[in-house]
Ligand binder design. Structure first.
Ligand code: DGY
Length: 321
């Protein structure tokens, strides 16, 4: 008999075809995150879970999944999964790094450029009929080329952003747990403390995973350290930045602007104060949302799941599980 697998959202591409060859598959049929009660019922006999970053894999869920052997998250981030609880049960956890590095680095650049050059304000004004005669002092943004980029977290995505920064002739500072000599050699990046990075950078990019250690890593004190002309870009996870502190900083001009692919909460309600701020550019967690990348993520998640069902090493296993 084939093992049973629960898939919480239909992924793009044909990844599920391969999963169906290996397992008896149940897929949540709706185009919204799976209903928690339905997941609780479906997981009871599952050996594998193919899930999304919107699904909380916590002790409550695991307690209802006595047969579970593998959790495959179709995301690089895994803050939605209780890793310790999975490790305790010997459940392998897979994720999808590498394949989304370039698309996520690209969106970081979209936000660095878009926020600095006031792109969303420009689009709004054109759409609303407010585009008047050319004006020498209208919608002035800030330069990107030749300004300093600070990258918090020099993992795969941080590196890909740094590589692109060379084309903009930007000095790069980075804050990381360890030296990255290869990046330093390739891009001229210099490792500094988080404090120094915040003080010296014109653009601060958040590219660390969310953990207990990084929750609210950027709060009021950190925003106060930044230049009043600076730009904060978050492409990692919303809760790494204290949202209330960011709203206040953008309102008071403590920093000049922000570009966010991720927010806290998510989705951001349409009446959220961040959306009233012209100096805040928000896109809806679309860092990896290209056809190519999402299909590749779906494939890697399928590979991880199938390996886990077979008791084989996962191509991309989350360390520690
Ligand atoms: C991830 O994979 O963790 C990303 O946030 C999805 O875009």
């Amino acid at each position: 008999m084939k093992p049973r697998v629960v898939v919480t959202r239909n992924p793009p591409g044909d990844a599920l075809r391969r999963v169906r060859e290996a397992a008896e598959v149940w897929v949540w049929p709706e185009n919204r995150p799976i209903d928690r009660m339905v997941l609780h019922t479906q997981i009871a006999e599952a050996a594998g879970l193919y899930c999304m970053l919107t699904d909380q894999v916590d002790t409550d869920l695991l307690a209802r999944a006595p047969l579970l052997r593998v959790v495959s998250n179709m995301a690089v981030g895994f803050d939605n999964i209780d890793l310790a609880a999975c490790a305790e049960r010997g459940i392998a956890v897979g994720h999808t790094p590498d394949v989304l590095t370039d698309s996520t680095a690209d969106i970081a650049w979209m936000l660095i450029l878009g926020a600095s050059r006031r792109m969303s304000e420009g689009i709004d004004v054109v759409r609303s009929g407010g585009w008047g005669e050319w004006n020498p002092s209208w919608l002035l943004g800030r330069d990107v080329s030749n300004t300093t980029l600070g990258i918090i977290g020099m993992g795969r995505i941080g590196r890909a952003v740094a590589r692109r920064a060379v084309g903009f002739a930007m000095p790069i500072l980075y804050a990381s747990r360890s030296d990255k000599p290869d990046v330093e050699e390739a891009t001229g990046a210099v490792r500094v403390s988080l404090r120094e990075l915040l003080v010296r950078s014109d653009h601060v990019l958040v590219a660390v995973p969310l953990s207990a250690e990084t929750r609210h890593l950027i709060g009021r004190d950190e925003l106060e350290l930044m230049k009043p002309t600076s730009n904060l870009v978050n492409i990692a996870r919303g809760p790494i930045v204290d949202t209330d502190a960011l709203v206040d900083a953008l309102t008071a001009g403590v920093i000049r602007c922000a570009g966010l692919d991720v927010t806290d909460p998510e989705p951001l309600p349409s009446d959220h104060p961040l959306l009233d701020l012209p100096n805040c550019t928000v896109v809806p967690h679309t860092g990896s949302s290209t056809w190519e990348t999402r299909a590749a993520m779906a494939d890697v998640a399928a590979d991880n799941l199938i390996a886990g069902l077979d008791g084989a090493p996962l191509p991309y296993r989350v360390p520690g599980t």
